[in-house]
Design a protein. Structure first.
Length: 316
């Protein structure tokens, strides 16, 4: 199995990424590091807890990370993920699946004081040999870890990042993608200083993977319980993509990182040098520049293959 630390700002597609990771026989998820982004840290933490409860994997630690970007103020994505970051189904989820919100809130307060994501990553890299770091939110936690423990960071086997856009254009501004736009200083720091190449799963490829109503039906047939959950949590997401983008489906940004780890024939791309713009005008833009190849940027995605992986993971 592949040991993975997941760093996430648990909104809707992050939740689906957790679901895919926990259902895959190839992945050993050793910890979930929460960070603010789509939603505030507390929601990212609680939503991650909801997912480990749903998948009956409460043994997996959820660690509290950054409450906001390195230097800028936090900008949320409520219109994409709902004010609870869980597509507005948090309350009904808790009732339906017996999630104890009061307990999770108390745990969050404790975790805020005790947790240190940077130490967790360092210890995990020392404990396991090959660790893949998957990052599907702003790179704040990563930048902090790389700054404090560059030698431990260098021991990571791979870094797979959902973020950025190479040729397609952005989803927050004309060119910037949300995760890199929220904390461009963190992304810039990681791309400039990481001794491990960043595999960039950006909008170029995530927009090639659409969960349509038809594909959702297949998931429900394969597994009514989990398919039913996916239907509930994506309802808001379907609405957002239709109203704001005219797209009849949900873009599977974050789950694509895990599908790529599970089946490395889904994505193809090229090794280049990626820079991240930290100016106010072009905040968060990811662009090709001259320099050492610090990234493997993906350009093409095989949508059918992605759904084969997802269907297989969901199958009862
Ligand atoms: C990214 O931003 C968030 O809204 C999603 O969870 C994904 O990580 C897409 O730009
Ligand atoms: Ca995310």
């Amino acid at each position: 199995k592949i040991n993975v630390i997941l760093d996430c700002d648990t909104g809707i597609d992050d939740a689906l990424a957790i679901l895919l990771a926990l259902r895959s026989e190839k992945i050993n998820l050793v910890g979930i590091c929460a960070c603010a982004g789509n939603t505030v840290l507390k929601n990212a933490y609680i939503n991650s807890k909801r997912m480990v409860k749903l998948l009956d994997r409460e043994d997996i630690p959820v660690i509290c990370g950054s409450r906001g970007p390195l230097v800028r103020s936090l900008e949320l994505a409520d219109e994409v993920h709902g004010s609870d970051g869980f597509g507005g189904i948090g309350e009904s989820f808790d009732q339906k699946y017996g999630f104890d919100l009061a307990k999770a809130e108390a745990e969050y307060e404790k975790a805020l004081i005790e947790d240190d994501v940077v130490e967790f990553v360092k210890d995990t890299v020392e404990k396991y040999e090959d660790v893949v770091l998957v990052t599907i939110g702003p790179m704040t936690n990563l930048a902090k870890t790389l700054k404090k423990y560059p030698e431990s960071f260098a021991k990571l086997n791979r870094i797979v990042s959902m973020g950025g856009s190479y040729k397609r254009g952005g989803n927050v501004t004309e060119h910037a993608e949300f995760n890199y736009w929220v904390d461009p200083d963190a992304a810039d720091y990681v791309y400039k200083n990481s001794p491990v190449k960043v595999e960039m799963v950006g909008l170029d490829v995530t927009h090639q993977i659409l969960l349509t109503r038809e594909r959702l039906e297949t998931l429900k047939q394969l597994n009514p319980h989990l398919g039913g959950f996916i239907e509930e949590i994506t309802d808001f997401y379907f609405g957002f993509y239709m109203e704001k983008n005219g797209i009849a489906g949900c873009v599977m940004h974050d789950p694509l990182t895990f599908a790529h780890i599970i089946d490395d024939d889904i994505l193809s791309g090229e090794a280049i040098c990626i820079g991240i713009d930290t100016s106010d005008e072009k905040r968060g833009n990811s662009f090709k520049e001259d320099g050492k190849e610090n990234s493997l940027v993906f350009i093409d995605a095989d949508e059918d293959r992605f759904f084969e992986v997802l269907n297989e993971a969901i199958r009862k």
